[in-house]
Design a protein around this ligand. Structure first.
Ligand code: AQP
Length: 336
């Protein structure tokens, strides 16, 4: 039996940061030998919030290069750009026509982002999870790695698949395969450097709130120097009154590859003045090999284009088969 398939993606909405790395890409690298991985840049999703057209293509390529720089191995993974494969939007349209609107209005992420956008909220923001269902179901993955925030969307994907199977398939011959969530034992949720209760995010207006994967040592040092801390001496994990302290210690633990117990002992009597330089050095040296590899990839003419072309060819062949199957059960004629 072949390897099981997993599928995942990141929106090219800006520069990737430590949260994207520790919460997503690093996990993909960890499981890639075990699974056949399909990893994409979700550039169609990237315009559900206001975006800059002069940066979209560049960001998309940068994310692809970052996947590779972080250790994604092309012997195990297929990397592609969502918008290069028309089947995504075609299947999304078909799904739109079988998905009740109230299912979409119930999505927590829609409600949260809609509040932020006020009157400018686009229909795309509402139907985004339908496109996400298409992204997933096209490739018939066995598993989809999901964090807490995406669990509801994967549930919706399964509901859409089940509805289509019920309405147009038979029990013996379901049209679409229902994927299972791949939930990490302990997913790293990286919090903002300026507010330990909010997640680190590309769209936070303050660049001081995040450490970007391509930040220079000087930028990293500056951001850590300025990051929010508290006035308590002695650093501890898991104190609900000290979210910043917990976040920084957790990052230090992961990036220095130590156990929680070892870090707890090492830092129990430290003040911030002692911890910050240590943490800064750890972040700089953890990112250095990734940054070096990233710059090598970007400097190689045509390399990234060829990776994305191969990825598209492989992914599109699978996506088109699924789309054809769905169109057939919905009664579409085959183009002459
Ligand atoms: N702070 C975080 N901690 C852990 N994981 C995170 N991810 C994002 N931020 C953190 C994970 O990165 C993947 C890519 O997410 P995305 O770009 O598709 O959307 P997002 O989760 O909304 O990421 P951002 O950085 O916050 O982007 P914007 O600001 O554009 O919305 C996902 O696997 C996510 O869990």
């Amino acid at each position: 039996m072949g390897k099981q398939r997993v599928l995942s993606g990141i929106q090219p909405t800006g520069e990737l940061h430590l949260g994207n790395y520790l919460g997503a890409i690093r996990n993909w690298v960890e499981i890639q030998q075990e699974y056949d991985s399909f990893l994409f840049m979700a550039d169609l999703h990237a315009i559900t919030v206001p975006h800059d057209p002069t940066k979209l293509a560049k960001n998309t390529y940068n994310v692809a290069a970052m996947y590779l720089a972080c250790g994604i191995d092309l012997n195990c993974a297929t990397i592609f750009v969502q918008s290069h494969i028309p089947a995504h939007t075609q299947l999304a349209w078909l799904f739109n026509c079988i998905t009740p609107v109230n299912w979409l209005e119930d999505m927590v992420q829609f409600k949260e982002k809609a509040i932020k956008q006020g009157e400018n909220v686009s229909a795309g923001l509402l139907t985004y999870p339908v496109l996400q269902a298409a992204d997933i179901l096209l490739y018939e993955p066995d598993k989809v790695p999901v964090g807490e925030d995406q669990k509801q969307h994967l549930e919706l994907t399964r509901d859409i698949a089940a509805r289509l199977n019920y309405q147009y398939g038979t029990e013996d011959e379901p049209v679409l395969k229902l994927p299972e969530p791949l939930i990490r034992a302990e997913g790293a949720r990286v919090m903002s450097l300026t507010d330990g209760t909010r997640k680190m995010s590309k769209s936070d207006p303050s660049d001081l709130s995040r450490i970007n994967m391509l930040d220079t040592p000087e930028q990293i040092q500056h951001k850590i120097k300025r990051c929010k801390t508290d006035s308590v001496r002695g650093l501890t994990f898991d104190d609900p009154e000290r979210p910043e302290c917990n976040n920084l210690l957790t990052l230090y633990m992961i990036l220095s590859d130590q156990t929680k117990a070892a870090v707890a002992t090492e830092c129990q009597d430290m003040g911030w003045g002692q911890f910050k330089p240590l943490f800064t050095e750890t972040v700089i040296s953890a990112l250095k090999p990734i940054q070096d590899r990233y710059h090598e990839i970007m400097a190689e003419p045509g390399y990234l284009e060829s990776v994305l072309r191969d990825g598209r060819d492989k992914a599109e062949a699978i996506a088109n088969q699924t789309l054809a199957r769905v169109k057939a059960v919905l009664g579409y004629s085959v183009p002459l």
